[in-house]
Every structure is written in structure tokens, then in C-alpha cells.
Design a protein around this ligand. Structure first.
Ligand SMILES: [Fe+2]
Ligand SMILES: [Fe+2]
Length: 274
């Protein structure tokens, strides 16, 4: 505890950001839209950011699905390696400021990698950056230097910044957390669909978690129909995958930040059944 702690203002002066892990298929969408209103009330949320890269049957997202999320309490949608699975969404990625593909894709690829949104009362500005890892991933540009470029673009435009690091390798996510510590409010990992137990605020004040998990059917295999996934692994033959509907949960992380800009107070994993 530091000097003067007793005189610090009490009460809800902080900013509460819910980040929701990869929404998978119709079970994930239904869970998100059903659970979000009660979480918003219970947790006093100021911002909701959702990774939607698997929202369309596991394969990318459509403009219709994205619009439905944005109209129902989602402030920003981030994406990942499945960004371009639905051709129909390309135009929407260019036109809608609040849906992000990784910032380290080529500038010639549809969409953009960062945005700024305001809280309902206009008092807080949240910058969001979508990034993709480079290890075992197909992003064209290096994540770390493109993160620097994205933060440069947000300078002076945001009170808090959240970075979604969509990556396969835990090492790359941990590395990015340390790299950005003290420069952003939160670095949250996505893509593996399995939550990790390492949520904490790093020494410089950045909230960090390696993976928040997914929002979808826990009864499947990373959101895929269980038997289809087992058959593919067992027989080593091609199997058509469908999203599982069994036992859907929302998984994510709650970050409490402020009043100091770009600093987090706490981060905890969120696990909520449909
Ligand atoms: Fe995913
Ligand atoms: Fe992914």
C-alpha cells in the first residue's frame, strides 16, 4: 500500500471492461446475447469487446452477425486468422469502424486494426487494437512493430487501450504482454479457445492473460462437434466440422482500470453458463 491510500476516492470511479473470448457458432452467439445483459448489470460494465472470428459456424463472421452484436451491447469486435472466411464481410470490414482485423495484416487486405470508442456518458475513450501472432499464424507483418505503430496512431486519442493478441504460441503472447507493459491498459490473448490461469496486472500496470478461452459449447472440442473432432483425430480422414451445441458458456476476462490512464487495477477470468 502506498502513502495516501486512505484519502483516495472510493466508489465506482474505475472503468470496467469485459473482454469476451472467441464466439463460436450459433451456440456462442446465443450465449453472448443472452448472458451479456445480466453481466452488464452485475459487473457494471462500461465497455464490451468481443472476439468474433468464429461466430459464423466457426468460420469467420458475416456483416449480419456483426451488426447484431454491435446493436446488442458489444462496443468493438476483434477478429483473427479466420477473418476472411466469409467473402461477404469484406466491405463491412472497410466501412464499419468498430470491427477490427489484426493490425499486422497487409494494408491491402480489407479492414483496419484499431479504433476508439467512447463510454455511454462520453467521459472515457477506449482504444482497441487487434493483433495476430506470427508463430504458426499467417499474419504478413510482425506483431511487435505493428503494435508500436498502432499505439502511435492512438496517441492522445484514448484514455485506455486494450490489445487482443490472437496467437497460437503462449511464448509470443507472454512476450507481447511484457513488451507493452506500462504502455496499454490490457493485453488479452485469444485463439486457443482454452482459458489460462495466469491473469494478473504486470508491474508496469498492464492487465495480462495468455488466453481468455472461448464463448461456445464446452461439450465440444474447442467449439467443434465432439464426435466429428474425435473421428478426424482417430481416423486421420477428412471430416466435415460443425459447431457443437452442448453445454455453452461465455468465457472472457473482466478488467478494471483507471482513474490513471493506461493502467489497470485488476483482471479476473469470467466464466458464465448460458
Ligand atoms: Fe478462434
Ligand atoms: Fe483463431
Amino acid at each position: 500500500m502506498h502513502d495516501g491510500a486512505e484519502t483516495e476516492p472510493t466508489g465506482p470511479t474505475g472503468v470496467r471492461i469485459l473482454f469476451v473470448g472467441d464466439v463460436v457458432g450459433s451456440a456462442g452467439r446465443r450465449t453472448l446475447l443472452t448472458v451479456l445483459p445480466r453481466l452488464r448489470e452485475r459487473l457494471g460494465l462500461d465497455f464490451v469487446v468481443v472476439n468474433g472470428e468464429n461466430a459464423a459456424g466457426g468460420h469467420g463472421i458475416t456483416s449480419k452477425i456483426a451488426k447484431e452484436m454491435l446493436a446488442n451491447g458489444v462496443d468493438v469486435i476483434t477478429l483473427g486468422n479466420h477473418t476472411y472466411r466469409q467473402h461477404e464481410v469484406y466491405r463491412f470490414l472497410d466501412d464499419e469502424a468498430r470491427i477490427l482485423r489484426p493490425a499486422n495484416f497487409l494494408t491491402t487486405q480489407p479492414g483496419h486494426g484499431s479504433c476508439v470508442v467512447e463510454s455511454a456518458d462520453g467521459s472515457v475513450r477506449l482504444g482497441v487494437v487487434s493483433l495476430s501472432g506470427n508463430l504458426f499464424m499467417n499474419a504478413a507483418l510482425p506483431a511487435f512493430s505493428e503494435a508500436d505503430a498502432a499505439l502511435h496512431g492512438l496517441r492522445g486519442r484514448a484514455d485506455h487501450i486494450l490489445v487482443d493478441m490472437h496467437a497460437e504460441a503462449t511464448s509470443e503472447k507472454v512476450g507481447l504482454g511484457w513488451y507493452l507493459d506500462g504502455r496499454v491498459t490490457a493485453v488479452v490473448g485469444t485463439h486457443t479457445h482454452v482459458p489460462t490461469a495466469d491473469a494478473r496486472v504486470l508491474p508496469g500496470g498492464t492487465a495480462y492473460i495468455t488466453d481468455v478461452g472461448m464463448t461456445g459449447a464446452r461439450g465440444g472440442v474447442l467449439g467443434v462437434n465432439r464426435q466429428q473432432a474425435i473421428d478426424a483425430m482417430h481416423t486421420r480422414m477428412p471430416v466435415r466440422f460443425e459447431s457443437s451445441e452442448e453445454d455453452p458458456w461465455l468465457q472472457g476476462a473482466l478488467i478494471e482500470a483507471g482513474p490513471e490512464p493506461l493502467r489497470a487495477r485488476s483482471i479476473v477470468g469470467v466464466q458464465e453458463p448460458l
